[in-house]
Design a protein. Structure first.
Length: 293
């Protein structure tokens, strides 16, 4: 069995049919070649490829490399094993698959540290090392035929594709519910709580709160309106409604809406509101008008 590697070892010399030379300068085959045998093949010389081939081509469905293997026991085994000893591996890849029209585009690679990089989509990804799935800057984590998660800035998670759109899609965030096709087993089953934890604090520090922002209607045009706080729960656990002057209270916000005004002349429960004063007053929208609330 010829040694794989070194000068004269299994190197394709060109043309559509692989041409291999036996190690040590022996005769090689110039058409389709089959090698059989077992054992360990040793690299014949330093700084030379173990197996190298150039120039092969096909117009059919024949694979360039075709290995068939039958594992007859239940033993733990690596069907494909690449073991590399490296003392300085910052830019070394364990595996790099190239494609494209000229065969020079890195389509998929695995670094010496186990990082996986793909030029296109990866389906069914499960990367357990470090418990991290890292998507490049501006990338999207897509659930086929469903939603998207993206990030445009540090500390930001966005539902939907990267960047804004002229036709943004409505987004829904849901907790897992009772159901899934069960019948008798689900009778009178209560839904579980969905807990949202704000950022914890220490000592006398106040914990992080929750802030919801919306954009109010502005002047006619295509300029994106400015976000402002619509509702928040402070780090002290107190709901905080937005503040307005009487004149700037939103029109028809929906029955049951709550806010407060900072310039009422008086504050009477369910009474009409008049601005221009200095009284802070909670207000309530009753379906047709804002009243003291």
């Amino acid at each position: 069995m010829p040694i794989l590697g070194g000068p004269g070892a299994h190197r394709q010399r060109g043309g559509s049919n692989p041409s291999f030379a036996a190690a040590g300068g022996g005769s090689g085959c110039t058409t389709a070649c089959t090698y059989t045998g077992t054992g360990t093949y040793t690299l014949g010389a330093a700084n030379s490829s173990i197996l190298a081939s150039t120039g092969g081509s096909t117009t059919g469905t024949t694979p360039a490399i075709n290995f068939a293997w039958t594992q007859n026991t239940a033993s733990a085994v690596d069907l494909v094993k690449i073991a590399m000893t490296c003392t300085s591996c910052a830019s070394t890849n364990l595996l790099n698959l190239y494609g494209g029209a000229s065969g020079t585009t890195s389509e998929f690679s695995v670094s010496s540290g186990g990082a996986v990089t793909a030029n296109g989509n990866i389906s069914g990804v499960n990367i357990a090392a470090g418990n991290q799935l890292i998507v490049g800057s501006g990338g999207v984590l897509a659930f086929a035929g469903a939603g998207f998660l993206s990030s445009n800035a540090a500390g930001e998670i966005r539902f939907g594709a990267v960047g804004d759109s002229a036709t943004p899609q409505a987004q829904t965030t849901k907790a897992q519910s009772v159901g899934g096709g069960c019948t008798t087993a689900c009778t009178n089953t209560a839904g579980p709580d969905w807990t949202w934890d704000g950022a914890a604090s220490t000592g006398t520090g106040v914990g992080g709160g929750f802030i919801w922002k919306t954009t109010k209607a502005g002047a006619s045009g295509s300029t994106v309106n400015t976000f402002s706080t619509a509702f928040q729960i402070s780090g002290k656990g107190v709901p905080v409604f937005p503040g307005f002057t009487v004149a700037t209270l939103p029109t028809t916000p929906g029955a049951g809406g709550h806010a407060y005004v900072t310039d009422a002349t008086s504050c009477t429960l369910l009474g009409a509101l008049t601005g221009g004063g200095s009284t802070v007053c909670p207000v309530f929208y009753n379906g047709s008008a804002w009243v003291g609330g």
